[in-house]
Design a binder for this molecule. Structure first.
Ligand SMILES: Nc1nc2c(c(=O)[nH]1)N[C@H]1C(S)=C(S)[C@@H](COP(=O)(O)OP(=O)(O)OC[C@H]3O[C@@H](n4cnc5c(=O)[nH]c(N)nc54)[C@H](O)[C@@H]3O)O[C@H]1N2
Ligand SMILES: Nc1nc2c(c(=O)[nH]1)N[C@H]1C(S)=C(S)[C@@H](COP(=O)(O)OP(=O)(O)OC[C@H]3O[C@@H](n4cnc5c(=O)[nH]c(N)nc54)[C@H](O)[C@@H]3O)O[C@H]1N2
Ligand code: SF4
Ligand SMILES: [Mo]
Length: 697
């Protein structure tokens, strides 16, 4: 036993046993320790063997409610002709689904079935069942709703979909449209951000709102919404014009630097040009560009406040190019090209048995060949109009698009137009309520998981069942196995216990399965500057400021500033509606948690003090937000640190209004008023491209 370990002390005091776990409440996937007594989860904390040590955020600590929530789904259900659900057996559910899948395959082809999952769920089994065996190419995460534009910008620039940041060693950190000290405040990495800023790093935050991170920053740039691309390109212009770029890095590792230099010059992306667009003075842009270029190591990155716009892909490309031309790539204190853990698929399917898709996947057929995930807001077109080809069946796993996608009205219409819809959830979620079949999954405390986290180095977490499954719920892998048996693929799903498949999946790790079980986590060495030996994963092996991938697919190979398509306020709808996350909730699935509801019982919309004054709105009033698509009512909060002309809505509530005894009637679901804005390259959703009017109700 590790002499530093405090697990046994807790066990002794509390009379518990500890089971290594993982938290999947938010995408960070912290490795955890679950303390169990009498088959009940009594306490959870971070895994002491992981970099985050024993710490977790309030959402993670409160997640124990999942293990005892009486509102959870307990049995499979089927919707009857009258629209009411009735309990059915697993056998009935599997037989019904398998038969429908067979009919759909015969009538429309396997691609008429799309299997959708939240971008963070553990989908090895569904991937092998639906893609490799059944034969649909339409198996996709929910990235279009999330970081799709960032992922594609990473792929186009570095050949890597998920760059992370090494705050600890950085001296200059510039964050665009992300708020790590807000929603993600307790992460290990973000605590490092606080420490390094106290120590000796400069922090610059670009955000139209004085966010929690902006409050801690040396410089806050309250930018006009949707204009970050102009600011980034103007910084590049200044850096190149003054020769402050890292010439040696550009010479050896950057592809297309000269063309990029010519591009920013020829387009006149000067600080003076950007001032008129962004509202940031040219002088400030010049100062920041100079400081960023001369301070090493430095890092800049962006997230939801950038990708939520139709020009967000280009803006992130420009931000990633700034890291590149200053040589701030994959070194200490820089943007890190995270290494994946060496995991194997759980099922051994012979090469010749793997299905070959007859049609391109939906992303390609829809005209988004580079979209990492299906542009989910275009699914209604495929279902209702057969465009680009018919989609007749949808599966939903750990995803609740009836709440999280834009244009809820259209989503509901789509659900009514399907031949079969299946939702696998912990709750009778809003998407489940619209489905034909609802399957109850066992929670993260009741099942095994092998997964990676977002820690910058390679890391694999082995989470183990800590308590029995609630009701007749099953882990996802058992659901896939039961379905596979009815579909005629049962011979590939041969395991007795979860250890059998978990052993296969982790067999390439340099630790024994027994050690992995004991510790719950393996992390490999954090290697910097991997490109020195391995190059970059782009087609040229270099960082591509001129992207061959984009050029080959008919897109602009260089980051450009796109202004025209963007939805902007007008006299009828004079406010730009932008989004942010709740600090103490995650997405639309924590609103039935009594502890979190105690802290943040509803979501709200923020208005600047000036606009609120003009509209006669005070803190706590209820307001109606109306867009061209519809109206919602929500609580108002008046904020000094918000740019006038903007309404900033906190996304998340509305979940469980009909089925949750704690969530019932609380908060406001705002997505019905967002239209389906699709990024023209990445296929990501532009949630912030929404104009609204506001009135007190
Ligand atoms: N507590 C909590 N944590 C979460 C989540 C949650 O729901 N709750 N969700 C998880 C998920 S799925 C994700 S993707 C991440 C998201 O993590 P973040 O992106 O860090 O979270 P947001 O709160 O959406 O921050 C976006 C910021 O962009 C700003 N913004 C809006 N428009 C613009 C603009 O035009 N330019 C700039 N520069 N800024 C702009 C907003 O004011 C806001 O402060 O968080 C994850 N963690
Ligand atoms: N207006 C607006 N909309 C947004 C955003 C925004 O900022 N503003 N943010 C977007 C972003 S960044 C994202 S990532 C998406 C997230 O949107 P989604 O991917 O839809 O995720 P959630 O809304 O969190 O819903 C998760 C669902 O999974 C279920 N669930 C939770 N744990 C488990 C489990 O262990 N097993 C199973 N089977 N089910 C489980 C929950 O009950 C819930 O129904 O939302 C997007 N939508
Ligand atoms: S940061 Fe996310 S994954 Fe980690 S404990 Fe909190 S909710 Fe769970
Ligand atoms: Mo997300």
């Amino acid at each position: 036993m590790n002499p530093q370990s405090t697990r046994h002390i807790i066990n002794e005091i509390r009379g518990t046993r500890v089971v290594p776990g993982v938290c999947i409440v938010c995408p960070w996937h912290c490795p955890t320790e679950v303390f169990v007594r009498d088959n009940k989860v009594v306490y959870v904390r971070g895994n002491e063997n992981a970099p985050n040590r024993t710490t977790r955020c309030v959402k993670g600590i409160s997640s124990i409610h999942l293990a005892r929530d009486p509102d959870r789904l307990l049995h499979p259900m089927k919707k009857g002709k009258n629209g009411n659900f009735k309990v059915i057996s697993w056998d009935e559910a599997f037989s019904f689904i398998a038969e429908k899948l067979q009919n759909i395959k015969e009538k429309y082809g396997p691609e008429a079935v799309a299997y959708l999952w939240h971008l963070d769920s553990n989908e090895m089994f569904s991937q092998q069942l639906f893609v490799q065996l059944y034969g649909t190419p339409n198996w996709s995460g929910h990235g279009a709703a999330c970081d799709q534009s960032r992922r594609l910008a990473g792929l186009a620039t570095y050949g890597h979909p998920l760059p992370t940041k090494d705050y600890e060693n950085s001296r200059f950190i510039m964050l665009w449209g992300e708020d790590p000290l807000g929603p993600n405040q307790s992460l290990h990495e973000n605590r490092e951000l606080v420490e390094v800023v106290k120590r000796n790093a400069k922090l610059v935050v670009v955000d139209p709102y004085r966010s929690r991170t902006a409050e801690k920053a040396h410089v806050w740039l309250p930018i006009n919404p949707g204009t970050d691309g102009a600011l980034a390109l103007a910084m590049a212009h200044r850096i190149i014009e003054t020769g402050a770029h890292d010439a040696e890095f550009c010479e050896n590792y950057v592809y297309g630097f000269d063309a990029f230099a010519e591009h920013v010059k020829a387009n006149g992306y000067t600080p003076q040009w950007a001032e008129g667009i962004t509202g940031i003075p040219a002088e400030t842009i010049i100062e920041l560009a100079d400081e960023f270029a001369r301070t090493k190591p430095a890092v800049m990155d962006g997230l939801k406040g950038i990708v939520n716009y139709s020009n967000g892909f280009q803006a992130l490309r420009a931000i990633f190019c700034l890291n590149a031309i200053t040589g701030n790539v994959d070194g200490p204190g820089c943007l890190i090209l995270k290494e994946a853990g060496p995991l194997l698929p759980p099922l051994d399917i012979p090469e010749e048995e793997i299905a070959v898709p007859m049609r391109p996947n939906l992303s390609t057929a829809m005209g988004y060949p580079l979209a990492p995930d299906i542009p989910s807001q275009l699914l209604p077109k495929a279902v209702l109009e057969g465009d680009p080809y018919p989609v007749r069946t949808l599966f939903f796993h750990i995803v609740n698009p009836a709440m999280s996608d834009p244009n809820t009205g259209l989503f509901r219409k789509m659900m009514a137009g399907l031949d079969l819809s299946v939702t696998i959830d912990l709750y009778m979620s809003e998407t489940a309520q619209l489905s034909d079949i609802v399957l109850p999954e066992a929670s993260m405390f009741e099942r095994a998981e092998v997964r990676e986290s977002l820690w910058s180095g390679p890391q694999v977490i082995l989470s183990q069942p800590a308590i029995p499954c609630m009701g007749s719920s099953k882990p996802h892998y058992e659901i896939m196995k039961g379905l596979a048996q009815k579909m005629g693929y049962g011979h590939y799903f041969q395991w007795e216990t979860w250890e059998d498949w978990a052993r296969t999946v982790t067999s390439f790790l340099p630790v024994s399965f027994e050690e992995l079980k004991e510790k719950g986590v393996w992390h490999g060495e954090m290697r910097y500057r991997k490109y020195l030996e391995e190059g970059f994963m782009t087609s040229t092996g270099r960082v591509e400021v001129y992207s061959e991938l984009l050029a080959e697919n008919g897109y602009d190979p260089m980051p450009v500033y796109e202004e025209d398509q963007r939805v902007k306020p007008d006299p009828e709808y004079p406010f730009q509606l932008i989004n942010a996350k709740m600090q103490n909730h995650c997405g639309t699935h924590t609103q039935n948690n009594p502890y979190l509801m105690e802290i943040e019982g509803e979501n709200w919309a923020e208005l600047s003090a000036r606009d609120a004054g003009e509209l006669g709105i005070s803190d706590g009033d209820r307001v109606e937000l109306a867009s061209p698509l519809g109206r919602v009512t929500i609580a108002a909060r008046v904020k000094e640190g918000l740019k006038p002309g903007i309404v900033r809505v906190l996304h998340g509530h509305g979940f469980g209004r009909t089925m949750g005894s704690i969530a019932r009637g609380k908060g406001s679901h705002v997505n019905p008023i967002f239209d389906s804005m699709v990024n023209s390259v990445s296929g990501g959703i532009g949630y912030n491209e929404c104009k609204v009017s506001v009135r007190k109700v």
